[in-house]
Write a protein that binds this ligand. Structure first.
Ligand SMILES: [Zn+2]
Length: 262
């Protein structure tokens, strides 16, 4: 398998350990993205060869809060992870432009998010790491809850000023989030998607009906067509963030291989 395909550690099968996830991805010739559920095991890990990326959960930190204590805690959490990946040769960390708590108006949160990424940019100045910044799903696809009613980064054009801050900031395109966004914001999102240039290098692959972000395997024509555009324009890495099941993985890989022409 071409090593542009990546598995996500907690999207393979339920209750899998990091060691098992590594073994499985290696057996398929794929790389591994490690999710926060496996961070404890990751810290005890000695061999990081096939780990390409780590993915802290966006609810464990916030770049948008006005709670100074939590902001400092959030940045320190991310800085520690950045140091960890740098010292172990892991290339990427995904950092979402949102977080909890998110109790401010959208405009104020956006200002906080920009300031936070500027701090992160300064922090990584002499470090050999890359930050992947991911588009968010529209908050309105979630039932009423403690979540904010709008997520920074649910519209793609909000990401451009963030990505510009640092040449080591790249765009991770989340297909499932985007499909929900397309449903809410329409074709201008598709237009924006074509203008990321060299910034778009990594894709989270999962499918849905545009209304519920339920991480289905890749199967819909509309979603496959979007990935065909992405493949042609960007030739990215593809990371499978689908509901955990071997069958879902196999189905997604079959469709991905057609798109990648392998
Ligand atoms: Zn994602």
């Amino acid at each position: 398998m071409e090593n542009r395909i990546i598995f996500c550690s907690d999207h393979i099968t339920k209750e899998i350990t990091l060691k098992e996830a590594l073994k499985y991805s290696q057996s398929k010739g794929a790389l591994l993205e490690v999710h926060s559920a496996h961070f404890k095991e990751l810290l005890a890990q000695k061999d990081f060869k096939s780990i390409i990326c780590i993915h802290p959960h966006w609810r464990n930190y916030s770049l948008s809060t006005d709670n100074d204590t939590f902001m400092i805690k959030s940045l320190n959490y991310l800085y520690n992870l950045i140091n960890f990946i740098e010292s172990n040769g892991i290339k990427y960390i995904i950092i979402h432009p949102e977080g909890m708590p998110a109790n401010l108006a959208r405009e104020s949160r956006y200002i906080n998010v920009l300031k936070s990424y500027e701090k992160i940019s300064k922090y990584i100045k002499n470090k050999d790491v890359r930050i992947l910044i991911e588009n968010m799903p529209p908050a309105r696809v979630y039932p009423p809850s403690v979540l904010p009613n709008y997520f920074i980064g649910e519209q793609l054009d909000e990401l451009f000023p963030i990505l510009k801050i640092d040449s080591k900031f790249n765009f991770i395109f989340d297909l499932g989030h985007f499909i929900c966004g397309l449903n809410v914001y329409g074709n201008r999102e598709l237009k924006s998607l074509k203008t990321f240039g060299k910034k778009l290098i990594y894709v989270h692959v999962h499918d849905n009906n545009g209304k519920i972000n339920n991480h289905e395997p890749l199967k819909r024509k509309k979603s496959i067509d979007i990935l065909k555009i992405i493949e042609k324009l960007y030739h990215p890495l593809y990371s499978l963030e689908i509901a955990p099941s071997f069958e879902n993985i196999d189905k997604t890989i079959r469709n991905l291989k057609k798109i990648m022409n392998i």
